[in-house]
Write a protein that binds this ligand. Structure first.
Ligand code: CA
Length: 229
């Protein structure tokens, strides 16, 4: 398997070099850039994951992340924040970051997070197989697309991962805790309400928008269950 390519966008040369050193030691191919324009250019050129500083010159990290998501790029993003008040924005659905680290952080911790995210996304690729079909809904694991009547419903990466986890276990009640661990990873810092918000988005984007019968049922005090139509 070819080495994963990690883009490190950080204008502080000392941090950039430290992170690069630790990632390269783990066998990753690393490209370092020091401003937002270069980050966008390189990310569009293809990377398996982006480590993105919020405070970048040129285009800041928020705008880089927002632009990539607007362009429907699903590359995982780990944001580096310098202030506590940046965290809420970073984790906001608009930006769609997969994880974040607050400065000062340990480079070893960053490597752990990067590997966890690549394992999650890699797992989905490894499972790529026939398209799952539930009535009018199709879930294409290879293309990472959910389609209703053949039209892509445009899920964000985390929404797709949650749908995959639910639909892949159709008929089984899954606890919120289980879903958090499977979809967000063991080191997730948020709370279980995150699941509820994402399920709500799935219902809006799939059931309500396309007037489908309910696909995801709430199991009170426990979690969620995907229903076979
Ligand atoms: Ca900075």
């Amino acid at each position: 398997m070819p080495a994963h390519t990690i883009l490190v966008a950080e204008d502080d040369a000392a941090i950039r070099e430290l992170v690069t050193h630790h990632l390269e030691r783990e066998g990753f191919t690393v490209t370092g850039v020091a401003d937002g324009h270069a980050a966008l250019r390189r990310a569009r050129g293809g990377a398996d994951l982006v480590v993105l500083d919020v405070g970048l010159p040129g285009v800041d990290g928020y705008d880089v992340a927002r632009t990539l998501r607007r362009e429907e790029r699903t590359v995982p993003i780990v944001m580096l924040t310098a202030r506590c008040d940046e965290i809420d924005r970073v984790l906001g659905f608009e930006l769609g970051a997969d994880d974040y680290l607050s400065k000062p952080f340990s480079a070893r911790e960053l490597v752990v997070r990067v590997k966890a995210i690549l394992r999650r996304t890699g797992r989905a690729i490894a499972q790529a197989g026939p398209v799952l079909r539930f009535g009018r809904l199709e879930i294409d694991q290879g293309a990472r697309e959910a389609r209703v009547d053949g039209t892509d419903v445009r899920l964000k990466p985390r929404e797709f991962a949650l749908l995959m986890e639910l639909a892949g276990n159709a008929g089984v009640a899954l606890s919120r805790d289980w879903l958090l661990q499977r979809v967000w990873g063991f080191d997730f810092n948020g709370d279980e309400r995150t699941i509820d918000v994402h399920v709500h988005r799935l219902r809006e984007k799939i059931e309500e928008r396309w007037q489908l019968p309910p696909l995801v049922r709430t199991v009170h005090g426990f979690g969620y269950k995907f229903l076979r139509p």
